[in-house]
Design a protein around this ligand. Structure first.
Ligand code: NAD
Length: 213
């Protein structure tokens, strides 16, 4: 398979959310036009995004909601459970661990880590906090696949290195710094302050917004 634009993967996540909502409403069929309207893209864009992965639906008849939803879940790797861990149990790490709906999305919080002796051994949101030295063993024992990185900027690279050494293949990085990892590991930056800067740009430049593709 050739490479696929990151924006396409982001839109697949949006289409899946829309399909889940349609399915919950008992709606059986949809079209690229309906998905496009709800995702605020063009119908051409929807068809192009899906075409990277094969042929879905029938010309003229559109898509069967449960089938397309099942296919998108398979494409996104959501047809299996994922075990996640949080590294850095400060303000953000604790807020994430308090989020009660992980399971609903097939992501299961299995462990929390920190390097502060005052926090290690405590129970937070029902999870024991382990020290970083326990990371390799706990990752292996609990089958952890994905790490939330919620440590300060200066600690992010070393913490990411520890995750990679333990065999983690995916990192959601909340620290405002670029971290280097081997090619087979995917890092997804999550930076709401960067989002705020884009909002500020578009508030002062309303005419520079991209038209629907
Ligand atoms: P915090 O200081 O409250 O918590 C950081 C935690 O990481 C602490 O518990 C600390 O003991 C732990 N830690 C430090 N070094 C570590 C290491 N080497 N290994 C393991 N644990 C370590 O910070 P916060 O406000 O929760 O923010 C965490 C990260 O998220 C920062 O990089 C911050 O810039 C980013 N961020 C925070 C927010 C927010 O709203 N709090 C928003 C956006 C981004």
């Amino acid at each position: 398979m050739s490479t696929i634009p990151t924006a396409t993967i982001s839109r697949l996540v949006t289409y899946l959310r829309i399909l889940t909502s349609l399915e919950n409403q008992g709606i059986k069929n949809t079209s690229s036009e309906q998905l496009a309207e709800e995702a605020q893209v063009s119908a051409f864009q929807v068809r192009k995004d899906l075409a990277y992965f094969g042929r879905f639906g029938t010309r003229g008849a559109g898509y069967t909601v449960p089938t397309l939803r099942r296919e998108l879940r398979r494409i996104l790797g959501l047809n299996r459970p994922w075990n996640v861990a949080i590294i850095g149990m400060g303000r953000l790490g604790q807020a994430i661990s308090d989020y009660p709906h992980f399971e609903q999305y097939d992501f299961s919080l299995k462990a929390c880590f920190d390097n502060n002796a005052k926090v290690i051994g405590q129970t937070m949101s029902g999870h024991q906090v382990y020290g970083m030295d326990a990371l390799p063993q706990v990752v292996k024992e609990k089958g952890i696949d994905i790490g939330f990185l919620t440590v300060p900027q200066a600690a992010a690279q070393a913490a990411a290195d520890a995750l990679v050494a333990a065999g983690i293949k995916g990192i959601l990085n909340f620290a405002p710094v670029v971290i280097n990892v081997p090619r087979e590991v995917h890092v997804e930056p999550v930076d709401f302050l960067a989002g705020l800067k884009r909002v500020s740009f578009y508030i002062i430049n309303p005419g520079l917004k991209e038209e629907l593709a």
